[in-house]
Ligand binder design. Structure first.
Ligand code: 6PG
Length: 482
Protein backbone atom coordinates (compact mmCIF):
# COMPACT_ATOMS: atom_id res chain seq x y z
CA UNK A 1 0.00 0.00 0.00
CA UNK A 2 1.34 3.40 -0.90
CA UNK A 3 -1.49 5.86 -1.63
CA UNK A 4 -1.90 8.65 0.96
CA UNK A 5 -5.49 9.41 0.08
CA UNK A 6 -8.16 7.88 -2.13
CA UNK A 7 -11.05 9.22 -4.15
CA UNK A 8 -14.08 7.11 -5.01
CA UNK A 9 -16.60 8.65 -7.41
CA UNK A 10 -14.78 10.10 -10.38
CA UNK A 11 -17.36 12.25 -12.08
CA UNK A 12 -16.16 15.78 -12.69
CA UNK A 13 -15.82 16.98 -9.06
CA UNK A 14 -14.15 13.78 -7.84
CA UNK A 15 -11.92 13.64 -10.86
CA UNK A 16 -10.77 17.22 -10.41
CA UNK A 17 -10.18 16.80 -6.69
CA UNK A 18 -8.09 13.70 -7.42
CA UNK A 19 -6.05 15.61 -10.01
CA UNK A 20 -5.58 18.54 -7.62
CA UNK A 21 -4.30 16.13 -4.94
CA UNK A 22 -1.91 14.44 -7.36
CA UNK A 23 -0.64 17.72 -8.76
CA UNK A 24 0.18 18.74 -5.20
CA UNK A 25 2.39 15.72 -4.74
CA UNK A 26 0.05 13.30 -2.98
CA UNK A 27 -0.20 9.69 -4.09
CA UNK A 28 -3.87 9.24 -4.91
CA UNK A 29 -5.81 5.98 -5.05
CA UNK A 30 -8.63 6.02 -7.60
CA UNK A 31 -11.91 4.16 -7.74
CA UNK A 32 -15.16 4.46 -9.59
CA UNK A 33 -18.14 2.09 -9.72
CA UNK A 34 -17.71 1.71 -13.46
CA UNK A 35 -14.04 1.35 -14.33
CA UNK A 36 -14.28 3.37 -17.56
CA UNK A 37 -14.08 6.63 -15.60
CA UNK A 38 -10.95 5.48 -13.77
CA UNK A 39 -9.37 4.41 -17.03
CA UNK A 40 -10.19 7.65 -18.83
CA UNK A 41 -8.77 9.69 -15.96
CA UNK A 42 -5.56 7.67 -16.18
CA UNK A 43 -5.45 7.98 -19.97
CA UNK A 44 -6.05 11.73 -20.01
CA UNK A 45 -4.31 12.91 -16.86
CA UNK A 46 -2.29 9.97 -15.55
CA UNK A 47 0.92 11.92 -16.09
CA UNK A 48 -0.10 14.78 -13.80
CA UNK A 49 1.00 12.96 -10.66
CA UNK A 50 1.13 9.70 -8.81
CA UNK A 51 -2.17 7.82 -9.18
CA UNK A 52 -2.93 4.28 -8.06
CA UNK A 53 -5.97 3.13 -10.05
CA UNK A 54 -8.07 0.18 -8.92
CA UNK A 55 -10.87 -1.79 -10.43
CA UNK A 56 -12.57 -2.90 -7.23
CA UNK A 57 -13.31 -1.40 -3.84
CA UNK A 58 -11.17 -4.11 -2.16
CA UNK A 59 -8.18 -3.27 -4.32
CA UNK A 60 -8.78 0.46 -3.73
CA UNK A 61 -8.84 0.11 0.07
CA UNK A 62 -5.80 -2.16 0.01
CA UNK A 63 -3.81 0.46 -1.92
CA UNK A 64 -4.08 3.03 0.90
CA UNK A 65 -1.61 3.58 3.74
CA UNK A 66 -3.02 3.71 7.28
CA UNK A 67 -4.87 5.50 8.65
CA UNK A 68 -6.69 5.27 5.34
CA UNK A 69 -8.33 8.45 4.12
CA UNK A 70 -11.05 8.04 1.49
CA UNK A 71 -12.88 10.88 -0.21
CA UNK A 72 -16.39 9.92 -1.30
CA UNK A 73 -17.59 12.11 -4.13
CA UNK A 74 -20.92 10.67 -5.21
CA UNK A 75 -24.44 12.04 -5.41
CA UNK A 76 -25.69 13.15 -1.97
CA UNK A 77 -28.27 10.86 -0.42
CA UNK A 78 -28.76 7.14 -0.99
CA UNK A 79 -25.70 6.81 -3.25
CA UNK A 80 -23.49 8.17 -0.47
CA UNK A 81 -24.99 5.74 2.05
CA UNK A 82 -24.41 2.82 -0.31
CA UNK A 83 -20.74 3.69 -0.86
CA UNK A 84 -20.17 4.27 2.86
CA UNK A 85 -21.67 0.90 3.64
CA UNK A 86 -19.44 -0.86 1.13
CA UNK A 87 -16.38 1.00 2.38
CA UNK A 88 -16.94 0.47 6.08
CA UNK A 89 -16.95 -3.28 5.57
CA UNK A 90 -13.37 -3.00 4.34
CA UNK A 91 -11.91 -0.26 6.55
CA UNK A 92 -10.32 -0.66 9.97
CA UNK A 93 -10.57 1.41 13.17
CA UNK A 94 -8.86 4.78 12.84
CA UNK A 95 -9.55 5.06 9.10
CA UNK A 96 -11.29 8.17 7.76
CA UNK A 97 -14.22 8.51 5.37
CA UNK A 98 -14.61 11.98 3.87
CA UNK A 99 -17.86 13.03 2.20
CA UNK A 100 -17.19 16.01 -0.06
CA UNK A 101 -20.69 16.20 -1.55
CA UNK A 102 -23.38 18.81 -0.87
CA UNK A 103 -24.84 16.69 1.91
CA UNK A 104 -27.48 17.81 4.37
CA UNK A 105 -25.76 18.30 7.71
CA UNK A 106 -28.26 16.11 9.58
CA UNK A 107 -27.25 13.17 7.35
CA UNK A 108 -23.66 13.95 8.23
CA UNK A 109 -24.43 13.98 11.96
CA UNK A 110 -26.12 10.58 11.59
CA UNK A 111 -23.30 9.04 9.56
CA UNK A 112 -20.63 10.39 11.88
CA UNK A 113 -22.36 8.72 14.80
CA UNK A 114 -22.74 5.40 12.95
CA UNK A 115 -19.14 5.32 11.84
CA UNK A 116 -17.78 6.45 15.21
CA UNK A 117 -19.48 3.39 16.73
CA UNK A 118 -17.31 1.29 14.38
CA UNK A 119 -14.15 3.17 15.36
CA UNK A 120 -14.08 5.06 12.05
CA UNK A 121 -13.87 8.81 11.49
CA UNK A 122 -16.43 10.43 9.26
CA UNK A 123 -15.61 13.88 7.96
CA UNK A 124 -18.48 15.70 6.23
CA UNK A 125 -16.69 18.29 4.16
CA UNK A 126 -18.08 21.26 2.28
CA UNK A 127 -16.20 21.95 -0.93
CA UNK A 128 -16.94 25.08 -2.89
CA UNK A 129 -15.62 26.44 -6.13
CA UNK A 130 -17.27 24.29 -8.72
CA UNK A 131 -15.27 22.21 -11.18
CA UNK A 132 -12.59 24.81 -11.61
CA UNK A 133 -12.10 25.23 -7.87
CA UNK A 134 -11.88 21.49 -7.28
CA UNK A 135 -9.02 21.35 -9.76
CA UNK A 136 -7.11 24.52 -8.96
CA UNK A 137 -7.93 25.19 -5.32
CA UNK A 138 -11.36 25.15 -3.70
CA UNK A 139 -12.54 26.47 -0.36
CA UNK A 140 -12.73 23.48 1.98
CA UNK A 141 -14.99 23.25 5.03
CA UNK A 142 -14.38 19.99 6.91
CA UNK A 143 -16.33 18.87 9.96
CA UNK A 144 -15.59 15.72 11.97
CA UNK A 145 -13.11 15.03 14.74
CA UNK A 146 -9.99 16.97 15.64
CA UNK A 147 -8.09 13.70 15.35
CA UNK A 148 -9.19 13.19 11.74
CA UNK A 149 -8.24 16.76 10.93
CA UNK A 150 -4.73 16.07 12.19
CA UNK A 151 -4.35 13.67 9.26
CA UNK A 152 -6.41 15.62 6.73
CA UNK A 153 -5.48 19.20 7.61
CA UNK A 154 -2.09 19.24 5.88
CA UNK A 155 -3.64 17.69 2.75
CA UNK A 156 -6.66 19.99 2.60
CA UNK A 157 -4.61 23.08 3.37
CA UNK A 158 -2.22 22.23 0.55
CA UNK A 159 -4.85 21.68 -2.17
CA UNK A 160 -7.12 24.57 -1.13
CA UNK A 161 -7.08 28.05 -2.64
CA UNK A 162 -4.53 30.32 -0.92
CA UNK A 163 -5.16 34.00 -0.18
CA UNK A 164 -2.25 36.10 1.11
CA UNK A 165 -0.48 32.83 1.90
CA UNK A 166 -3.41 31.62 4.05
CA UNK A 167 -5.15 28.41 2.95
CA UNK A 168 -8.91 28.48 2.39
CA UNK A 169 -9.38 25.38 4.54
CA UNK A 170 -9.88 25.07 8.27
CA UNK A 171 -11.44 22.58 10.68
CA UNK A 172 -14.95 24.00 11.07
CA UNK A 173 -16.09 21.88 14.03
CA UNK A 174 -17.40 18.43 14.99
CA UNK A 175 -19.65 16.14 12.94
CA UNK A 176 -22.04 18.16 10.73
CA UNK A 177 -20.40 21.59 11.22
CA UNK A 178 -18.64 21.58 7.85
CA UNK A 179 -21.71 20.68 5.84
CA UNK A 180 -23.81 23.16 7.82
CA UNK A 181 -21.42 25.98 6.98
CA UNK A 182 -21.34 24.89 3.32
CA UNK A 183 -25.13 24.95 3.29
CA UNK A 184 -25.21 28.51 4.62
CA UNK A 185 -22.48 29.43 2.11
CA UNK A 186 -24.83 28.28 -0.65
CA UNK A 187 -27.73 30.20 0.88
CA UNK A 188 -25.60 33.34 0.80
CA UNK A 189 -24.68 32.44 -2.78
CA UNK A 190 -28.43 32.46 -3.61
CA UNK A 191 -28.86 35.91 -2.00
CA UNK A 192 -25.77 37.30 -3.68
CA UNK A 193 -26.94 36.14 -7.10
CA UNK A 194 -30.50 37.39 -6.62
CA UNK A 195 -29.17 40.83 -5.59
CA UNK A 196 -27.03 40.95 -8.70
CA UNK A 197 -30.04 39.90 -10.79
CA UNK A 198 -32.22 42.62 -9.26
CA UNK A 199 -29.48 45.18 -9.94
CA UNK A 200 -29.30 44.06 -13.56
CA UNK A 201 -33.09 44.30 -13.93
CA UNK A 202 -33.16 47.82 -12.45
CA UNK A 203 -30.33 49.04 -14.66
CA UNK A 204 -31.73 47.50 -17.79
CA UNK A 205 -35.28 48.81 -17.32
CA UNK A 206 -34.36 52.07 -15.62
CA UNK A 207 -31.64 53.11 -18.02
CA UNK A 208 -33.01 51.34 -21.08
CA UNK A 209 -29.52 50.20 -22.04
CA UNK A 210 -28.13 46.97 -23.50
CA UNK A 211 -26.72 44.08 -21.49
CA UNK A 212 -23.31 44.94 -22.93
CA UNK A 213 -23.57 48.42 -21.40
CA UNK A 214 -24.54 46.92 -18.04
CA UNK A 215 -21.59 44.52 -18.29
CA UNK A 216 -19.33 47.58 -18.37
CA UNK A 217 -21.03 48.94 -15.24
CA UNK A 218 -20.46 45.65 -13.43
CA UNK A 219 -16.86 45.62 -14.57
CA UNK A 220 -16.44 49.07 -13.09
CA UNK A 221 -18.12 48.00 -9.84
CA UNK A 222 -15.70 45.09 -9.65
CA UNK A 223 -12.90 47.57 -9.10
CA UNK A 224 -14.37 48.76 -5.79
CA UNK A 225 -15.66 47.24 -2.58
CA UNK A 226 -18.08 44.98 -4.52
CA UNK A 227 -15.14 43.15 -6.07
CA UNK A 228 -16.07 39.48 -6.21
CA UNK A 229 -16.16 36.41 -8.39
CA UNK A 230 -19.92 36.67 -8.96
CA UNK A 231 -19.73 40.32 -10.09
CA UNK A 232 -16.86 39.41 -12.39
CA UNK A 233 -18.70 36.56 -14.08
CA UNK A 234 -21.87 38.68 -14.29
CA UNK A 235 -19.95 41.10 -16.49
CA UNK A 236 -18.74 38.16 -18.62
CA UNK A 237 -22.25 36.76 -18.99
CA UNK A 238 -23.82 40.11 -19.86
CA UNK A 239 -21.26 40.87 -22.53
CA UNK A 240 -21.75 37.50 -24.21
CA UNK A 241 -23.69 37.31 -27.47
CA UNK A 242 -25.60 34.23 -28.56
CA UNK A 243 -23.70 32.42 -31.30
CA UNK A 244 -26.77 31.32 -33.21
CA UNK A 245 -28.93 34.46 -33.09
CA UNK A 246 -26.47 37.26 -32.36
CA UNK A 247 -28.76 38.44 -29.56
CA UNK A 248 -27.54 39.24 -26.06
CA UNK A 249 -27.13 35.77 -24.57
CA UNK A 250 -29.18 36.67 -21.50
CA UNK A 251 -32.18 37.27 -23.77
CA UNK A 252 -32.20 33.76 -25.20
CA UNK A 253 -32.02 31.97 -21.84
CA UNK A 254 -35.34 30.91 -20.24
CA UNK A 255 -36.07 33.07 -17.19
CA UNK A 256 -36.75 30.20 -14.78
CA UNK A 257 -34.09 29.76 -12.10
CA UNK A 258 -33.51 26.22 -10.95
CA UNK A 259 -32.12 24.93 -7.69
CA UNK A 260 -30.72 21.72 -6.35
CA UNK A 261 -31.81 22.31 -2.78
CA UNK A 262 -29.08 23.86 -0.65
CA UNK A 263 -30.82 27.26 -0.57
CA UNK A 264 -34.04 25.60 0.46
CA UNK A 265 -32.22 23.66 3.19
CA UNK A 266 -30.74 26.89 4.48
CA UNK A 267 -34.15 28.50 4.77
CA UNK A 268 -35.66 25.40 6.38
CA UNK A 269 -32.89 25.28 8.96
CA UNK A 270 -33.17 29.01 9.67
CA UNK A 271 -36.91 28.61 10.28
CA UNK A 272 -36.18 25.84 12.77
CA UNK A 273 -33.53 27.90 14.53
CA UNK A 274 -35.63 31.07 14.47
CA UNK A 275 -33.08 33.13 12.55
CA UNK A 276 -34.50 35.72 10.13
CA UNK A 277 -32.40 35.15 7.03
CA UNK A 278 -34.83 37.21 4.98
CA UNK A 279 -32.41 37.93 2.12
CA UNK A 280 -31.66 34.25 1.51
CA UNK A 281 -35.33 33.34 1.89
CA UNK A 282 -36.45 35.96 -0.64
CA UNK A 283 -33.76 34.84 -3.04
CA UNK A 284 -34.89 31.24 -2.74
CA UNK A 285 -38.55 32.16 -3.23
CA UNK A 286 -37.66 34.39 -6.17
CA UNK A 287 -36.26 31.29 -7.90
CA UNK A 288 -39.46 29.36 -7.14
CA UNK A 289 -41.63 32.20 -8.40
CA UNK A 290 -39.73 32.39 -11.67
CA UNK A 291 -40.65 28.77 -12.34
CA UNK A 292 -44.41 29.28 -11.97
CA UNK A 293 -44.90 30.05 -15.62
CA UNK A 294 -48.68 29.58 -15.78
CA UNK A 295 -49.30 31.92 -12.88
CA UNK A 296 -46.90 34.45 -14.35
CA UNK A 297 -48.66 34.42 -17.68
CA UNK A 298 -52.10 34.69 -16.07
CA UNK A 299 -51.01 37.62 -13.92
CA UNK A 300 -49.37 39.29 -16.89
CA UNK A 301 -52.63 39.09 -18.82
CA UNK A 302 -54.83 40.05 -15.89
CA UNK A 303 -52.94 43.15 -14.82
CA UNK A 304 -51.93 44.42 -18.24
CA UNK A 305 -52.15 48.22 -18.09
CA UNK A 306 -53.78 48.34 -14.66
CA UNK A 307 -51.12 47.66 -12.05
CA UNK A 308 -50.48 51.35 -11.39
CA UNK A 309 -46.83 51.19 -12.41
CA UNK A 310 -45.12 53.93 -14.36
CA UNK A 311 -42.64 53.75 -17.23
CA UNK A 312 -39.30 52.71 -15.66
CA UNK A 313 -37.50 55.40 -17.60
CA UNK A 314 -39.72 57.91 -15.82
CA UNK A 315 -38.35 57.04 -12.39
CA UNK A 316 -34.75 57.78 -13.31
CA UNK A 317 -34.00 61.48 -13.14
CA UNK A 318 -30.25 61.31 -13.21
CA UNK A 319 -28.86 58.15 -14.86
CA UNK A 320 -25.43 58.57 -13.27
CA UNK A 321 -26.93 58.92 -9.81
CA UNK A 322 -29.20 55.93 -10.49
CA UNK A 323 -26.23 53.69 -11.27
CA UNK A 324 -24.54 54.86 -8.09
CA UNK A 325 -27.77 54.30 -6.13
CA UNK A 326 -28.10 50.73 -7.43
CA UNK A 327 -24.47 50.07 -6.54
CA UNK A 328 -24.98 51.34 -3.01
CA UNK A 329 -28.22 49.41 -2.62
CA UNK A 330 -26.49 46.26 -3.82
CA UNK A 331 -23.65 46.65 -1.36
CA UNK A 332 -25.91 47.46 1.60
CA UNK A 333 -28.24 44.53 0.80
CA UNK A 334 -25.26 42.25 0.42
CA UNK A 335 -24.02 43.25 3.86
CA UNK A 336 -27.45 42.38 5.28
CA UNK A 337 -27.46 38.97 3.55
CA UNK A 338 -24.04 38.13 4.98
CA UNK A 339 -24.97 39.47 8.43
CA UNK A 340 -27.97 37.14 8.39
CA UNK A 341 -25.95 34.18 7.12
CA UNK A 342 -23.35 34.62 9.84
CA UNK A 343 -26.13 34.85 12.45
CA UNK A 344 -27.41 31.57 11.11
CA UNK A 345 -23.98 29.96 11.46
CA UNK A 346 -23.79 31.19 15.04
CA UNK A 347 -27.24 29.80 15.83
CA UNK A 348 -26.34 26.40 14.33
CA UNK A 349 -23.09 26.43 16.24
CA UNK A 350 -24.90 27.06 19.53
CA UNK A 351 -27.66 24.55 18.83
CA UNK A 352 -25.25 21.72 18.04
CA UNK A 353 -22.33 22.76 20.27
CA UNK A 354 -19.96 23.18 17.32
CA UNK A 355 -18.11 26.27 18.54
CA UNK A 356 -17.65 27.65 15.02
CA UNK A 357 -15.28 30.59 14.63
CA UNK A 358 -17.13 32.96 12.29
CA UNK A 359 -14.01 34.96 11.51
CA UNK A 360 -12.33 31.75 10.33
CA UNK A 361 -15.27 31.02 8.03
CA UNK A 362 -14.92 34.47 6.43
CA UNK A 363 -11.21 33.74 6.05
CA UNK A 364 -11.69 30.48 4.15
CA UNK A 365 -14.33 32.04 1.90
CA UNK A 366 -11.93 34.70 0.65
CA UNK A 367 -10.74 32.38 -2.11
CA UNK A 368 -11.75 29.26 -3.99
CA UNK A 369 -15.47 29.44 -3.37
CA UNK A 370 -18.36 30.88 -5.38
CA UNK A 371 -18.95 33.77 -2.96
CA UNK A 372 -15.30 34.80 -2.78
CA UNK A 373 -15.14 38.53 -2.44
CA UNK A 374 -12.91 41.31 -1.30
CA UNK A 375 -15.21 42.32 1.54
CA UNK A 376 -14.86 38.96 3.32
CA UNK A 377 -11.62 40.36 4.69
CA UNK A 378 -13.72 43.00 6.43
CA UNK A 379 -15.94 40.30 7.93
CA UNK A 380 -12.91 38.42 9.19
CA UNK A 381 -11.55 41.64 10.72
CA UNK A 382 -14.90 42.46 12.34
CA UNK A 383 -15.07 39.10 14.14
CA UNK A 384 -11.42 39.27 15.09
CA UNK A 385 -12.00 42.64 16.70
CA UNK A 386 -15.23 41.64 18.47
CA UNK A 387 -15.67 37.86 18.65
CA UNK A 388 -19.16 38.11 20.21
CA UNK A 389 -20.43 40.73 17.74
CA UNK A 390 -24.26 41.00 17.96
CA UNK A 391 -24.59 41.51 14.22
CA UNK A 392 -22.20 42.29 11.40
CA UNK A 393 -24.38 45.31 10.74
CA UNK A 394 -23.19 47.03 13.90
CA UNK A 395 -19.47 46.49 13.26
CA UNK A 396 -18.05 49.97 12.57
CA UNK A 397 -16.94 49.31 8.98
CA UNK A 398 -20.27 47.78 7.94
CA UNK A 399 -22.38 50.24 9.90
CA UNK A 400 -20.58 53.10 8.12
CA UNK A 401 -20.98 51.43 4.72
CA UNK A 402 -24.71 50.87 5.26
CA UNK A 403 -25.27 54.37 6.63
CA UNK A 404 -23.43 55.86 3.67
CA UNK A 405 -25.57 53.92 1.20
CA UNK A 406 -28.94 54.00 2.89
CA UNK A 407 -30.35 57.02 1.07
CA UNK A 408 -29.47 55.46 -2.28
CA UNK A 409 -31.03 52.24 -1.08
CA UNK A 410 -34.33 53.95 -0.23
CA UNK A 411 -34.35 55.84 -3.54
CA UNK A 412 -33.78 52.68 -5.55
CA UNK A 413 -36.53 50.74 -3.79
CA UNK A 414 -38.94 53.65 -4.09
CA UNK A 415 -38.20 53.89 -7.82
CA UNK A 416 -38.55 50.12 -8.25
CA UNK A 417 -41.91 50.11 -6.49
CA UNK A 418 -43.21 52.93 -8.67
CA UNK A 419 -42.00 51.29 -11.85
CA UNK A 420 -43.24 47.84 -10.88
CA UNK A 421 -39.77 46.26 -10.93
CA UNK A 422 -39.68 43.51 -8.31
CA UNK A 423 -36.75 43.84 -5.92
CA UNK A 424 -37.67 41.36 -3.18
CA UNK A 425 -34.17 40.97 -1.81
CA UNK A 426 -33.29 44.68 -1.90
CA UNK A 427 -36.59 45.53 -0.24
CA UNK A 428 -36.62 42.84 2.42
CA UNK A 429 -33.02 43.61 3.35
CA UNK A 430 -33.84 47.24 3.96
CA UNK A 431 -36.96 46.23 5.91
CA UNK A 432 -34.71 44.02 8.05
CA UNK A 433 -32.43 46.91 8.87
CA UNK A 434 -35.37 49.21 9.59
CA UNK A 435 -37.00 46.61 11.82
CA UNK A 436 -33.80 45.96 13.76
CA UNK A 437 -33.23 49.62 14.52
CA UNK A 438 -36.85 50.51 15.30
CA UNK A 439 -37.38 51.34 18.97
CA UNK A 440 -40.90 49.86 19.09
CA UNK A 441 -42.16 47.13 16.80
CA UNK A 442 -45.80 46.31 16.14
CA UNK A 443 -45.01 42.89 17.60
CA UNK A 444 -46.76 44.26 20.69
CA UNK A 445 -50.01 44.22 18.75
CA UNK A 446 -49.41 40.62 17.67
CA UNK A 447 -49.00 39.71 21.34
CA UNK A 448 -52.27 41.45 22.25
CA UNK A 449 -54.14 39.67 19.48
CA UNK A 450 -52.72 36.30 20.49
CA UNK A 451 -53.73 36.94 24.05
CA UNK A 452 -57.20 38.07 22.97
CA UNK A 453 -58.14 35.11 20.84
CA UNK A 454 -56.12 32.39 22.49
CA UNK A 455 -55.04 33.51 25.98
CA UNK A 456 -51.46 33.11 24.82
CA UNK A 457 -50.25 35.67 27.42
CA UNK A 458 -47.79 38.55 27.11
CA UNK A 459 -45.10 40.40 29.04
CA UNK A 460 -45.25 44.07 30.02
CA UNK A 461 -42.60 46.73 29.56
CA UNK A 462 -43.03 48.06 33.11
CA UNK A 463 -43.31 44.95 35.29
CA UNK A 464 -41.79 41.49 35.50
CA UNK A 465 -44.00 38.48 34.88
CA UNK A 466 -46.40 36.97 32.40
CA UNK A 467 -49.94 38.33 32.04
CA UNK A 468 -53.33 37.68 30.50
CA UNK A 469 -56.18 40.13 30.02
CA UNK A 470 -59.78 38.93 30.14
CA UNK A 471 -60.58 40.43 26.72
CA UNK A 472 -64.00 38.81 26.48
CA UNK A 473 -64.77 39.49 30.15
CA UNK A 474 -64.25 42.49 32.36
CA UNK A 475 -60.88 43.41 30.78
CA UNK A 476 -59.07 42.86 34.04
CA UNK A 477 -55.48 41.73 33.92
CA UNK A 478 -54.21 38.63 35.62
CA UNK A 479 -50.71 37.60 36.37
CA UNK A 480 -50.17 34.02 35.24
CA UNK A 481 -47.44 31.62 36.17
CA UNK A 482 -45.87 30.05 33.13
C1 6PG B 1 -20.19 25.77 -4.83
C2 6PG B 1 -21.58 25.77 -5.39
C3 6PG B 1 -22.00 24.39 -5.76
C4 6PG B 1 -23.16 24.34 -6.70
C5 6PG B 1 -24.46 24.75 -6.06
C6 6PG B 1 -25.50 25.12 -7.09
O1 6PG B 1 -20.08 26.23 -3.70
O2 6PG B 1 -19.27 25.35 -5.50
O3 6PG B 1 -22.47 26.25 -4.45
O4 6PG B 1 -22.17 23.71 -4.58
O5 6PG B 1 -22.89 25.08 -7.81
O6 6PG B 1 -24.91 23.68 -5.31
O7 6PG B 1 -26.70 25.10 -6.44
P1 6PG B 1 -28.09 25.27 -7.14
O8 6PG B 1 -28.19 24.25 -8.23
O9 6PG B 1 -29.07 25.00 -6.02
O10 6PG B 1 -28.14 26.65 -7.66
Amino acid sequence: ARAQIGVTGLSVMGRNLARNLARNGFTVALHNRSVERTRSLMAEHGDEGDFVPSESMEEFVASLTRPRAVIVMVKAGAATDAVIEELTGLLEPGDIVIDCGNTHYTDTIRREKDLAAKGLHFVGTGVSGGEEGALNGPSIMPGGSVEAYRTLGPIFEKIAAQVDGVPCAVHVGPDGAGHFVKMVHNGIEYADMQLIAESYDLLRSGLGVSPGHIAAIFREWNRGELESFLIEITADVLSHEDRSTGKPFIDVVADRAEQKGTGRWTVQSALDLGIPITGIAEATFARSLSGHVDQRQAAQRTFEGRAGDVDPAGVVEDPKQFVEDVRNALYASKIVAYAQGFDHIQAGSEEYGWDIDRGAMATIWRGGCIIRARFLDRIRAAYEETPGLESLLVAPYFADAVAAGVESWRRVIAAAVRAGIPTPTFSSSLAYLDALRRPRLPAALIQCLRDDFGAHTYQRVDREGTFHTLWAGDMSEQRVDK
